[in-house]
Design a protein around this ligand. Structure first.
Ligand code: KIV
Length: 272
């Protein structure tokens, strides 16, 4: 059953703002390849994030830091070839925008030109304000990302909930207002108290999309492989698993191995 308030044929940054104004929640999931992106797009997800979580999920790295700009472009261009409806947002990876605004713009331009992505996402607030402004001035839509920002994991030291203390919560609120003021079209809030996330969503006119940030925000995002249970070692409280594909796939693949060993596959109908 769909609870969409309007049948959008194509999602744009403007659509998301309209959804917030109409009180329609925004659905967002990650995808990193053609086949998964086709399924996600056909299922009606509004925003597909080509997240730098590809570093963990696709490449098996412990953090998001190692993934490169070239690799993000490869993932994003595979996703773009599959998508007909969703807005595709691509993460700028660690090291591609932090050093100066010109480099940030060069990286964002490469993503837009070489992958065909529709927008970019950057982690951080006031520290990267000039870089975000430069990208926006070039006509590239930017999604902000505050709270737990995994590219800074070595600074935080842990993946625990952010902005529980007043000073960090106040900075986060100021950063969110700044991102809205300079022209970002949306903000991701990751792993912060639900009450703070709701306050931020009510204080800005652009959509606020949460992951581990409660349901007082304008939309939700999850990592696809986590929500379909393909990954099984990562179980934060905020994660709802809709399937257990790890178990289902292991069972199916084990059966295939058994069938091959028993010369039960292929059978007479499965050969020429
Ligand atoms: O890279 C990613 O998947 C993300 C989401 C967790 C928001 O940034």
């Amino acid at each position: 059953m769909s609870v969409a308030k309007k049948d959008y044929k194509r999602i744009t940054t403007k659509t998301l703002i309209e959804m917030k104004e109409n009180g329609e929640k925004i659905s967002m999931l990650t995808a990193y390849d053609y086949t998964m992106a086709k399924i996600v797009d056909s299922s009606g997800v509004d925003v597909i994030l080509v997240g730098d979580s590809a570093s963990n999920v696709m490449a098996g790295h412990e953090t998001t830091l190692p993934i490169t700009l070239d690799q993000m472009i490869y993932h994003a261009s595979s996703v773009i070839r599959a998508v007909e409806r969703a807005l595709v947002v691509v993460d700028l990876p660690f090291g591609s925008y932090q050093s100066d605004p010109k480099e940030a713009l060069r990286s964002a331009i490469r993503i837009m030109k070489e992958s065909g992505g529709h927008a970019v996402k950057l982690e951080g607030g006031s520290e990267i304000k000039d870089s975000i402004k430069r990208i926006l001035h070039a006509g590239i839509p930017v999604m902000g990302h505050l709270g737990l920002t995994p590219q800074s994991i070595y600074k935080f030291g842990t993946y625990t909930v952010r902005a529980k203390e007043d000073a960090e919560a106040e900075k986060l609120m100021e950063d969110a207002k700044m991102l809205e003021r300079i022209g970002c079209f949306a903000i991701v809030l990751e792993k912060i108290p639900a009450a703070l996330a709701e306050k931020v969503a009510k204080s800005v006119s652009i959509p606020v999309i949460g992951i581990g940030a409660g349901n007082g925000v304008d939309g939700q995002v999850l990592v696809l492989h986590d929500m379909i249970g393909m990954t099984h070692e990562f179980s934060p409280r905020f994660l709802r698993r809709y399937m257990n594909l790890y178990e289902d796939m292991t069972t199916a693949i084990s059966q295939y191995v058994t069938d091959v060993k028993a010369v039960d596959f292929p059978n007479e109908n499965e050969q020429y």
